[in-house]
Design a protein around this ligand. Structure first.
Ligand code: KG4
Ligand code: ZN
Length: 359
């Protein structure tokens, strides 16, 4: 098939119904319908609400994407869909829709990993990924350092969070500070008006932890430290300096993330660091990664904010790479796998494909 396939990607792993269309490495459209407002009053994503919202948004979002891109469904070369990890019911809506499209149009279907998609999206922003790339994925559900020799088939885990994900820490601390859900963007904004005045703990960075958990993260101790600090202020009858707490917390998270990512690049001899996932939208993380990367001689690649949070274009981007590299499509019985391992880039691999050597 073509080196510049026209691929429609569907993402429904959480609360965003994303439909993106990519032509080779060019983004044509990224249509997103979010149910985030429906979850806000619960302080977190409610799976049942998300699934129902995906059902309602799916067809209109596909239609909107095609109309904006000037693409007819019959023009498509392949369909790609997030098959995991994520919320089971939410994933099922996307997977069923993708199967129906692929079957109806008679075109190949690629069931892909959500996390690998967060990495692949950078191709439509900055061009082909250096091989290998070191990817840091920081979202509401994941915080991982990945060694990526080939995003279409070979993703290796170097480390991950042992408790809360980075985005989860942002969301929980925001709640403590009385900021709305999802908290990341609110902390980011508040922090821009504050000073780093409090030295919050950097999880898993002690000498001993660096032996056992070199590329792992832990954010629950930090969250507890922030909560205690805020409670002590309130108990003493003082106003909580929200902007300063936000800035100090953000600095602690970012410092650990960037420090470990650069160390991983050095130790694995990788010259490119890609940062993806919702938390990659954070201003301080973007600035610090760029600054420390430049000092270490490492090329830092972070897509624009809209492509960092969940979207359909990232799925289409990975699908287009798979088509261009001649990877076998997934079988039509591919599952929605809520706990799909990060090392499985594709689901529903045909049985005759050697999983360890798919080339
Ligand atoms: O990748 P994503 O959209 O969904 C998941 O797969 O989880 O990430 C959502 C997470 C939320 O926790 C949100 O608070 C966080 O990304 N986030 C941010 C920012 N924008 C979104 N965290 C810090 N700073 C931001 N500007
Ligand atoms: Zn995500």
């Amino acid at each position: 098939m073509s080196e510049h396939p026209l691929v429609l990607g569907i993402e429904t792993s959480c609360d965003e119904t994303g439909v993106g269309i990519v032509h080779g490495q060019t983004l044509l459209v990224d249509a997103v319908a979010s149910s985030v407002d429906e979850h806000a009053r619960f302080g977190g994503v409610v799976p049942e609400i998300a699934s129902r919202a995906h059902l309602e948004a799916m067809v209109p979002t596909i239609e909107r994407a095609c109309a904006q891109a000037g693409v007819r469904l019959s023009d498509l070369d392949a369909i790609a869909v997030t098959s995991g990890p994520g919320l089971a019911g939410a994933l099922m809506v996307g997977v069923a829709s993708a199967k129906a499209l692929a079957l109806g149009l008679g075109i190949p279907l690629y069931g892909v990993n959500h996390l690998a998609s967060h990495v692949a999206v950078d191709i439509i922003e900055h061009g082909p990924l250096p091989e290998p790339t070191l990817a840091m994925l920081v979202s509401g559900g994941h915080s991982s350092l990945l060694l990526v020799p080939d995003v279409t088939c070979d993703v290796r885990s170097l480390g991950a969070t042992i408790d809360d994900a980075a985005g989860e820490a942002f969301d929980k601390v925001a709640r403590v500070l009385g900021l709305p859900f999802p908290g990341g963007p609110h902390i980011d904004r508040a922090a821009s008006e504050g000073e780093i005045t409090i030295d919050f703990p950097r999880g898993l960075t002690s000498r001993r932890d660096m032996e056992r958990h070199r590329f792992d993260f832990s954010f629950s101790g930090l969250k507890t430290a922030v909560t205690r600090w805020v409670e002590a202020e309130r108990a003493a009858g003082r106003d909580v300096p929200v902007a300063d707490v936000a800035a100090s917390f953000q600095e602690a998270v970012t410092d650990v993330l960037v420090r470990k990512a650069i160390l991983a690049c050095r130790e694995h001899d990788v010259a490119a660091l890609q940062v993806g996932g919702g938390v990659a939208a954070n201003s301080r993380l973007r600035a610090m990664a760029a600054e420390r990367g430049a000092a270490a001689g490492i090329e830092v690649r972070i897509p624009r904010r809209a492509l960092c949070t969940d979207n359909g274009a990232m799925v289409a981007a990975l699908g287009a790479q798979m088509v261009a590299k001649g990877r076998a499509p997934s079988t039509l019985d591919l599952p929605a796998d809520s706990s799909m391992p990060v090392t499985d880039v594709q689901s529903g691999l045909p049985v005759d494909v050697d999983h360890d050597h798919p080339h």
